[in-house]
Design a protein around this ligand. Structure first.
Ligand code: FAD
Length: 516
């Protein structure tokens, strides 16, 4: 062979390789220590470190080595592999939108992966597929915000069936937990509506998984708190979307009647969304109510100290408005609510799903959005919900009156929760449980430490009273806490970690396997 004739070809290949590997460097700092992540695209500037070490909770700060803004799935694979293959593996946390409240998306001394940068590079994006006989679905990048999924699916007359109350959260972030809202009783949580995923494991392998393919990884990742892999694509069930909703709020002074009606509505057909909340004397005005309605509610709240507000929604299409009203009247005739205390609105489906955004914008304008959020989210066994109401909501939350909430309480039908998923619910065999969200915000006059003290008091009360709660968006500071949390799922959870992330690289901010 004439080797000299190959020289132009070799030069061409070298030029091509140089071009491929010469992506812009975010940071050219020379890495001095051998156990620092060796990837020149990692940003270590003050602003990158700030992004990576803060979250919605504003309670915890963990300083990482740096922030990686991947522009492709290969960037994610390379980073994980470089940690896995290193003699001193470094921690890596995927950061969705950083809306955790206790540092779950942080990585002390490691690398935080800013998933949103995949969106800038349109890597997986949002792609609607399917047909009416086999069903519709959407393939979305783990970095996508649910609001963008809604915006992309609605023009097709389609939408996901299970939501969170707030849509500026990422698909990867919510399905690492569960993703719950008032639709969960009818369709299951968001994790029950995932058909397939692409996941980069803690060894740096890109694995496609579903109920029938790599099913152990599939179930482990759903509610898996980011422990087994980085979700780069999720295939999510779609259904025909309604155009409008009839939105009701019903006010009760009697807890037993309130919960009886909630349970009735989630076990019978009629409404498409059921939630509930507390109204206390210091609850702020709610833009849902007119000023005369608000006045009435305020005076009832002052009289009773505590009220319960059942929220229910009926989806409809513009053309069937008349039959819908008859149907709704029929449902109301089966409830225990005082008919004078039913309030309603009629809004578009989009505005209903995106309802928290307008509240966010108001709070942002008042400087009350980026404040510490010492939240406590619990799943409470149905058999003890009356005790929980008296011991926690009345005797602690109402009496101490530390903040104005919001405080959510509603039952969830368990029928669509698959027990093979990592997500944890109360261990009894009741067909429903309650979710309680004590969504406190510390304000200029409320010290987060005082709210944290109240949270501890609530957890202690439940323990003493034998109310076997499970935390949602869990946070524990010792191994016993995690073992107790996962209960009969702990050994499977640990075995999956050993299989898919044996060097304990991923989502260190959850502090499950790497407690200080
Ligand atoms: P992040 O906080 O960025 O990450 C959360 C965890 O998931 C971290 O451990 C992270 O490492 C991991 N992670 C992130 N992306 C990926 C990925 N692609 N692959 C693998 N792991 C990943 N929850 C509900 O269920 N229902 C609600 O109605 C609801 N409402 C909320 C309202 C507000 C205002 C806020 C702030 C939160 C709410 N949440 C709700 C909680 C929310 O679902 C969780 O905090 C969720 O983790 C936030 O999503 P994120 O995209 O910001 O995730």
């Amino acid at each position: 062979m004439d080797y000299y004739s190959l020289i132009p070809l070799i030069i061409n290949i070298m030029v091509f390789m140089t071009l491929v590997s010469s992506r812009p460097l975010l940071n050219t700092r020379v890495l001095l220590s051998s156990n620092e992540p060796t990837n020149n695209n990692i940003c270590t500037s003050t602003s990158c470190i700030k992004t990576a070490s803060t979250d919605y909770g504003s309670l915890i700060q963990e300083l990482p080595y740096g922030l990686l803004q991947p522009s492709s799935i290969s960037d994610i694979i390379h980073l994980v592999q470089s940690s896995y293959n290193s003699s001193s593996p470094f921690p890596i946390a995927a950061r969705g939108n950083g809306h955790s409240v206790r540092g779950q998306a942080m990585a002390k001394d490691g690398v935080v992966m800013d998933m949103s940068s995949l969106n800038n590079n349109n890597v997986t994006g949002i792609r609607v597929s399917g047909n009416s006989s086999l069903g519709f679905y959407v393939d979305v990048g783990g970095e996508q915000l649910w609001i963008d999924v809604l915006r992309a699916t609605l023009p097709h007359g389609l939408a996901p069936v299970s939501w969170t109350d707030y849509l500026y959260l990422t698909v990867g972030g919510t399905i690492s937990n569960a993703g719950i809202s008032g639709q969960a009783s009818f369709h299951g949580p968001q994790v029950s509506n995932v058909l397939e995923m692409d996941v980069v494991s803690g060894k740096g392998d890109l694995i496609t998984c579903s109920k029938s393919m790599n099913s152990d990884l599939f179930y482990a990742v759903l509610g898996g708190l980011g422990q087994f892999g980085i979700i780069t694509r999720a295939r999510i069930v779609l259904d025909h979307a309604p155009t409008r909703v009839k939105w009701f709020k019903m006010v009760y002074d009697d807890f037993a009647k309130f919960t009886k009606d909630q349970e009735h509505l989630i076990t019978n057909e009629g409404f498409n969304y059921v939630e509930g909340s507390l109204i206390l004397k210091n609850s702020p005005s709610n833009s849902f109510f007119s000023s005369s309605e608000q006045h009435l509610i305020n005076s009832l709240a002052s009289e009773n100290g505590i009220l319960y507000c059942l929220e229910a929604v009926k989806y409809y299409h513009d053309e069937i408005i008349y039959t819908i009203e008859e149907e709704i009247l029929m449902i109301f005739s089966t409830l225990n609510v005082n008919l004078g205390l039913i309030f309603n609105k009629d809004v578009t489906f989009f505005d209903f799903l995106n309802r928290v955004r307008s509240e966010e914008l108001v709070l942002q304008s008042l400087g009350l959005w980026d404040v510490p959020h010492p939240w406590l989210n619990l799943f409470v066994p149905r058999s003890r919900i009356a005790d929980f109401n008296q011991g926690v909501l009345v005797d602690i939350v109402q009496k101490q009156s530390l903040s104005s909430g919001p405080f959510l309480i509603y039952p969830i039908n368990r029928k669509k929760w698959d027990n093979r998923m990592s997500v944890v619910t109360p261990e009894d065999d009741d067909n429903m449980f309650y979710t309680v969200g004590l969504l406190n915000a510390a304000g200029p006059t409320t010290d987060p430490a005082v709210i944290e003290k109240q949270n501890k008091k609530i957890l202690n009360y439940c323990e003493k009273a034998g109310i076997k709660i499970k935390q949602y968006l869990p946070h524990y500071t010792n191994k016993a806490g995690w073992m107790n949390h996962f209960g009969n799922k702990w050994s499977a959870f640990k075995a999956m970690k050993e299989q898919f992330d044996p060097k304990m690289i991923l989502s260190p901010g959850q502090k499950i396997f790497n407690l200080d």
